[in-house]
Write a protein that binds this ligand. Sequence first.
Ligand code: ADP
Ligand code: MG
Ligand code: MG
Length: 843
Amino acid sequence: MSNFIYFFKDGNKNLTNLLGGKGANLCEMKNLNLPIPNGFIVTTEACNQFLDNEDNFFEILKPQIKSALVNLEKITNKKFGGNNPLLVSVRSGAPVSMPGMMDTILNVGFNDDVLKKIITITKNQNFAYDLYFKFIQMFSEIVMNIPRKEFEKLDKKEFQNPSEKITAYKNLYKSLIKKEFPDNIEDQIFLAVKSIFNSWNNERAILYRDLNNIDSSMGTGVVIQEMVFGNYNNLSGTGVMFTRNPSTGENKIYGEYLLKAQGEDIVAGIRTPEDISHLEKDMPKIYKELITIGKNLEKHYKNMLDIEFTIENNKLYILQARVGKRTSEADLKINLELAEENLISKKEAILRIDVNSLYKIINGKFSTKALETANLIGTGLSGSNGVACGKIVLNSKNIPEEGDYILVREETSPEDIKGMYLAKGILTAKGGRTSHGAVVARGMGKCCVTGCDALTISEKEKTIKINNTILKEGDIISLDGHNGNIYLGTVDIEKKTLNEDFFKLMTWTEDFNNLKVRVNADTPEDAKTGCYFGAKGIGLCRTEHMFFKENRIWNIREMILARNEEERNFALEKLSITQSKDFYEIFKVMNGLPVNIRLLDPPLHEFLPKTLEEKVYLSNRMNITLLEIEKRIELLKEQNPMLGHRGCRLGVTFPEIYEMQIKSIGIALNLCKEKNIKASVEIMIPFVGFLEELQYIKSIITKTLKNHDYKIGTMIELPRACVLSDKIAKEVDFFSYGTNDLTQTTLGISRDDSAKFLHSYEEKFIYKNDPFKTIDKEGVGELLKTSINLGKRENPTIKLGICGEHGGDPESIDFFSTLNIEYVSCSPFKIPLALLASAQSEI
Ligand code: ADP
Ligand code: MG
Ligand code: MG
């Protein structure tokens, strides 16, 4: 028969799946000779078998637990119900950390007889009763689902003596459960173990797993461990410590503790705890020991850790350690510093950083200017970095899926998890930096301000008061998770809060980046942002975007609707002036780095007026009747514009448009020459399917643009172009793969309409991903490979790149890095992500 029990000395941290994270780490630490109270683990396998087949299985498990309990008595030299009574905690611990989602029961092994014995040996009646109260309350709450507040009601009553209160507690239990409170210690333990098993499937655990993509078949381990007592006397206490600051990453221990308190008191955020730095004065020996243990554990785990400890009568015990949750900003700093301290390699540091977390770093701070005039109405503790503005909501169930909301609570509990997920920020009155709210928010990378003493909430009136400010639900506040500040109204968020660490990481990635990253930019601003983030050129300048700026749209409308060549040329002339200026500004920013300019691509009707008001304005401006305008618009309408009159087809039918664009490039290049600005231009022809199309447009370019150095290339975005890449390659200097259109044309699904059915396809695993987000490796990927091989064969010096949304998707980048291409191009704010992803795939 299988063995379902592991004593701490028999396990290690690699057995997380079998023992749960908490149990496996307790084993590891026991074997490092750290002060860990003795205990054993009932495996996750047992949990799963129990959940499949409750009672039958438990009968098999019982004898194993019983003999483990006897063994534990031997090791601890105490006996359940004995003169020196053994008490244990029964703790849940899943393979993946799910903070606060499941349950733990303390002081199991208690009854009236044990009470007497504890009073006899400790001579401390208050202490003994405190344990007993906690036990009955926790057991009732966790095993029998009696709400804590039922006991809190009793706590408010006056009792002659504590034993009366015990009786009242037990009577409450009996009245609700219709059974006596179990005095038998074995029963207590068995019931506790079962309830921990069952807690794997409680509602909040299920929701947490859903939100975090955690496999629900893992099950939880159960740790049964000798109790140590943080509430024993004034030299006792309990606390939580991070080996580095989980909010900023600073290499300094961080955390809090409560003297004369037992475990849950601190995690639940009920009493506001002391900052860990005070422990240095309160208990210097313990403080030093904690620091040493922290450093050693960091060396061992090669990571920042979150450690739960208890002090009993001036002796330190470690009750839990795990890799600490942290903000993205902290994660970055910690990993870079661990590498600099030689605990991990640079490569390891790069691999550890989650590409998506870079986004959070990029997204984070109030603008300094806005802060000068912002109306500060209160402060709390910095629970989790980041900033947020939104409408106040008091009930986490009332937060809509969309929009900006701030969840304001007395304190958060695991029931609030969905609301926290939906909210932009979280504000609580109670609880410290390690309270539930702060821990969960940090995991979500969400701004959180906790412990705001000045905050009171009236659920009834639906109002809150922060110092002297009274606000209604729906009023807007802004939270600064970096320092705990709370502002009235909206405060502007500054997009770029990039620090030294960020740029250090970007520099480190350079050593590993074979794939260059360019930016998709059609304004000087985007070009600047791209360069700031490390772009090595512009991979796609969509010239049509320039036409939407300011009043230019009217010029292009005039051009499209022109009645004759004269009118058309006049409109084109006006467009040329603005377009050449745009090109010049972009060349200036890029200062010699390649700029890939795509000739006009979208169907013309995209530019046309839609509202009557616009049509009337245009008819006056062009001196054409409204009727005529409407007729012309009707003529340009297409059933299927994305496969219609677009791309190089525009150049074939209206060569004068492309001529204008090419002329504008020439004007910009002349200006650059005059001003001694380096410019390197690549002219890109979109939507080519036939060699002859390419040759025709190419002839327009070479005819129009003389006396300048430039490169000509094409976008490969049609399957036909892929399979004819050998022929096309002979005519051009570069290919840029337009993977958006290539996906659309290869899969035969519309970029604009596919959202309606894509989710069914993903749900039914017909598509693994949204093919517009992550490249379809098997289909589109194969076409890319074909094209690359053919292209390189006929033109070995051809330059190859990728533009399109896939250029900013980490999984796609991973695939692209296996291809023989030079660069990917993506939007400015995705560049750091692309740089990191490309380094990670090289390592
Ligand atoms: P969680 O997974 O919610 O953190 P734990 O099992 O870690 O739950 O228990 C919560 C707290 O209870 C611990 O941080 C610790 O302070 C206290 N605790 C658990 N087991 C013991 C024990 N054997 N002795 C003393 N305190 C304990
Ligand atoms: Mg808990
Ligand atoms: Mg814990």
